[in-house]
Ligand binder design. Structure first.
Ligand SMILES: CC(C)(COP(=O)(O)OP(=O)(O)OC[C@H]1O[C@@H](n2cnc3c(N)ncnc32)[C@H](O)[C@@H]1OP(=O)(O)O)[C@@H](O)C(=O)NCCC(=O)NCCS
Length: 311
């Protein structure tokens, strides 16, 4: 027992999945941008084992759960994961979160882990949680996922730099698109793995949004050297334009092609009747983030993961 009369207990089988899910739901109330892990994740986490060192634990006061923490310690890469840490709104501010966090950190440390990373990303609007993690020694990773937004008023003119031309997708460009995308994102963790033509077919050709005139290429001496797409997304319940897969091959950067391709795609979206546009990017793609800022996009959500050294 600690001073607040709260005890950490292993999550026993007696607690049903439904009870657990209710507790997770109660823990995300009032936490901006945080979702409950969902029934599938909860049943997977439970299988990870009971016993005195279980990574799924409850904070309990007077036989009532007042918080929950879940960690993952099966990575084999020396990195433990903090999967979830939550306290229902009426139980916050009493030290329960601190108790759960230090229990899970101690557990990982005791098993020989030297580092722990969050398995979730925190919305920057959730200032309470950011302050809490900071206080417990967690460090924000500088690869936040950013969602940026712009309305489609006051668009700059399309001006093609000399030596280049602009055209839309033609049948046979599938391989060229993949080469440009892979060359542009090579070495960028945020770009994911390299694509094959099959990936292009799946994401583009089979999409209900696919139309050749939505994909743009910058061309130099007949070679495709940059691309972007005027796509569609849902944003705050509205269908809006999306700037999708912006890529310029390294040899042709710094010549205004990123600007050109985006401006062209924004005009296309406006012509299609959209009034606003979003895009997803990553803080680590600094050139792209600067470009979008110059183009008038504003950051609307920023989601960060955190790391803690378990010294
Ligand atoms: C982001 C990316 C598309 C930008 O393409 P780009 O063609 O280099 O973009 P631009 O030329 O319009 O702008 C890039 C820089 O060149 C500068 N620039 C533009 N025209 C210029 C010119 N004529 N002369 C000198 N500099 C110029 C810009 O000011 C900008 O400078 P900054 O990075 O210091 O802010 C490219 O870097 C890329 O493909 N990166 C990897 C993939 C990626 O991050 N994609 C975005 C994912 S969301």
């Amino acid at each position: 027992m600690n001073a607040a009369g709260v005890e950490i207990q292993v999550c026993e089988d007696a607690m049903t999945d439904a009870d657990l899910n209710m507790l997770f739901d109660a823990c995300v109330q009032g936490a901006e941008g945080l979702d409950a892990p969902g029934a599938d994740a909860v049943s997977r986490w439970r299988v990870s084992g009971n016993g005195p060192e279980s990574p799924l634990v409850l904070a309990v006061a007077d036989d009532t759960p007042v918080g929950i923490g879940a960690s993952g310690m099966a990575n084999g890469d020396g990195l433990a994961t903090l999967r979830f840490l939550g306290v229902p709104i009426e139980e916050r501010g009493k030290g329960v979160g601190t108790l759960l966090e230090s229990h899970l950190s101690d557990l990982a440390r005791g098993r020989g882990y030297r580092k722990m990373r969050t398995g979730f990303s925190l919305d920057s609007r959730n200032e309470t949680a950011a302050r809490f993690l900071d206080k417990q020694g967690w460090i924000r990773n500088t690869d936040a996922g950013l969602r940026m937004w712009r309305n489609l008023n006051d668009l700059p003119e399309v001006e093609v730099p000399s030596g280049y031309s602009l055209r839309s997708f033609e049948s046979g460009d599938e391989g060229g698109f993949v080469e440009v995308k892979n060359a542009a994102f090579s070495g960028e963790h945020a770009g994911g793995r390299d694509w094959t033509v099959a990936d292009f077919e799946k994401e583009y050709l089979r999409s209900p949004f696919f139309r050749a005139e939505r994909i743009f290429f910058a061309v130099c001496d007949g070679e495709l050297v940059g691309t972007t797409t005027a796509w569609t997304a849902e944003f705050e319940g509205r269908e809006v334009g999306l700037i999708h897969w912006v890529a310029v091959v390294p040899e042709h950067r710094g010549k205004g092609l990123g600007w050109l391709l985006n401006v062209q795609a924004l005009h296309k979206l406006k012509e299609m009747g959209y009034e606003e546009c979003v895009l997803s990017t990553n803080e680590s793609l600094s050139s792209a983030v600067r470009l979008y800022g110059r183009l008038g996009f504003q950051v609307v959500t920023k989601r960060s993961t955190y790391t803690k050294l378990l010294l």
